[in-house]
Design a binder for this molecule. Structure first.
Ligand code: 5GP
Ligand code: SF4
Ligand code: MG
Length: 455
């Protein structure tokens, strides 16, 4: 998911719309904005893309005020239905509050069972709703104490934006799994999942919000707190591999440069004699440029992407995903004919994309197809906010390198090594979560919502 918020701007909800537009790659199922006019909160949300939900300027009349938060959703817990669209907004004894969440709470079911035993009634199937209930039942007085109280009980990954009538609060979990940054636009503060959203609205990047940090913004300015028990941070390395936009600056690095270096390293680890290097667009492009540069093999565009189709993987149904590859990519026969082709992608999940693409490239006349993947095999599911399928659907959890190569019908297959990924990110000595590649989960999961236990 992606979150965005702005405080103290006359066009807060309009800016939030633009911010969400820049974060659309982080979630395409649904989106929403909640604004505050100082006395009341106002909400508009729906299934669909940002441009479809907020395309009509009339909508902003119903989102008045100088503060707003927004969310683009890609479901990790809770099904893809309207009641699960965020931000969640509630009225309770102390006023109204809205929350937007990127991440995944791993002890959600345990807390939910407890809360239900004490009479809470849940309206959604999202883990995020638990936070609202914990807030409502906290005995603490100030907002920041109630937030600290509530959030100290949850484990997992959370970047959160809260909006009340008079305040906006941004929180990043102590492990810092997901990115979150702080910016300024004139006299207003802006918070966004990725810096590309600040760029779009000409906001100045101030800094990343630190793991475990809570930033409370109100009319007097901003206040930074570290209310949680400190742990060694474990930001998500997969944000670099696939999820974040290449023009963003996250975890202290530019995503494009990291991806290009992954490609260079991949060329060093898995050389092959070939005529051209092509990416699977868009996610494979920076790594393919790096591979071509390092290997000296010319870079070409052998597959053209239809940009009006979303990220295939994010569509919730298998049937659509299968169809998706074909709608999305078409080969350029003149580039591929009679060539020995190295094709670069960022990851293989189920293997369905690669299999179809290799066939497509061969049908276009390629002589050899060598697949190179700019990350290690994805063998374990993510429980911290990336929607990888469960373990048995991950092809590399149950198949050897050569079995995968045969399944995707490639002449050769090479994955970037774990060490290669770490060195490309410059993460050898920094803690990063690499659990989907290694199985070393940094936060244990007592019981999850709507999901299988890890296997
Ligand atoms: P597959 O067909 O192997 O299941 O999917 C691999 C493709 O899915 C890659 O091109 C990768 O860029 C894309 N992809 C989209 N979303 C995700 C995601 O959340 N995780 C992973 N690992 N790959 C994704
Ligand atoms: Fe990121 Fe993978 Fe860790 Fe999930 S398991 S947080 S995708 S590195
Ligand atoms: Mg891709």
């Amino acid at each position: 998911c992606g979150i965005f918020g702005v405080f103290n701007h006359p066009e807060a909800s309009n800016l939030t719309y633009l911010g969400l537009y820049a974060l659309q790659h982080r979630g395409q199922e649904s989106c929403g904005i909640v604004s505050s006019d100082g006395n009341n909160l106002h909400s508009h949300k729906s299934m669909g893309l940002v441009a479809d939900v907020f395309g009509n300027q009339e909508i902003f009349k119903s989102l008045p005020g100088k503060a707003a938060i927004g969310h683009v959703r890609y479901s990790t817990t809770g099904s893809s239905v309207i009641k699960n669209v965020q931000p969640i907004m509630v009225d309770y004894s102390r006023g109204s509050i809205a929350v937007a969440h990127n991440g995944n709470i791993v002890n959600a079911q345990i807390i939910k069972d407890e809360l239900e035993a004490y009479g809470s009634i849940f309206q959604t199937t999202m883990d995020t709703e638990i936070i609202v209930h914990l807030l409502a039942t906290s005995k603490a007085i100030s907002l920041q104490d109630r937030l600290t109280d509530a959030l100290s009980r949850i484990q997992g990954a959370y970047c959160l934006l809260f909006l009340t009538e008079t305040r906006m609060v941004a929180v990043r979990d102590p492990n810092g799994f997901r990115p979150l940054c702080l910016g300024r636009q004139g006299g207003s503060y802006v918070v966004a999942s990725e810096s590309c959203a600040l760029d779009l609205i000409d906001a100045e990047f101030i800094r990343e919000i630190a793991p475990g940090e809570m930033i409370v913004i109100d009319k007097n300015g901003m206040n930074s707190l570290f209310p949680f028990k400190k742990v060694d941070p474990t930001p998500c390395i997969f944000e670099f591999v696939y999820f974040a936009r290449p023009d963003s600056h996250i975890f202290g690095r530019n995503v494009y440069q990291v991806r290009k270096e992954q490609g260079r390293q991949l060329a060093r680890e898995h050389k092959v004699d070939a005529d051209i290097v092509i990416p699977i667009p868009d996610s494979g492009v920076p790594a393919a440029l790096g591979y071509a540069e390092e290997s000296g093999i010319p870079f070409e565009l052998g597959l053209i992407r239809n940009h009006y189709v979303g990220r295939t993987f994010i569509e919730p149904q298998q049937a659509i995903r299968h169809f998706g590859v074909k709608i999305k990519l078409n080969p350029v026969r003149e580039v591929l004919k009679d060539k020995r082709v190295v094709v670069i992608d960022d990851s293989i999940v189920r293997g369905t994309t690669s299999r179809k693409i290799v066939k497509m490239i061969r049908n276009a006349g390629a002589r050899e197809v060598h697949v190179r993947i700019s990350s290690p095999p994805t063998s374990y599911p993510c429980y911290y906010g990336i929607d990888t399928p469960n373990r048995k659907e991950l092809i590399s959890s149950s198949h050897s390198l050569d079995e995968i190569r045969r399944y995707i019908t490639a002449d050769s297959l090479g994955y970037l090594s774990e060490e290669g990924l770490m060195s490309s990110v410059g993460a050898e000595n920094a803690g990063f979560c690499t659990a989907c590649f290694t199985g070393g989960y940094p936060v244990k999961f007592p019981r999850l919502l709507d999901q299988d236990e890890p296997q």
